[in-house]
Design a protein around this ligand. Sequence first.
Ligand code: SF4
Length: 94
Amino acid sequence: MQYIYRKSLLYKTGVEYGDYTINHVEGCSHGCLYPCYAMMMAKRFGKVNSYDEWIQPKIVANAIELLEKEIPRHKDKIKFVHLCFSTDPFMYWL
Ligand code: SF4
């Protein structure tokens, strides 16, 4: 699996049923074709360039370091944390 690095990870989501969220994986090996909204958003915001790139997921290598800083900062406000809005975080074989 490939790795990416992020500057931040934990954020307050704007969706009505959510609270805080982390997106610790970018891309999705399922590669649904109907089309996948997460892939379209990743392409729109320049995170991936193509479907072939999308189906090769990358994990955020510095997730633990980021969360060690971010959880204490937000812990009094967090009710729950979603894993994750931008992919399936439990892909087979990965
Ligand atoms: S994120 Fe969801 S819809 Fe998109 S390819 Fe993965 S499983 Fe399919």
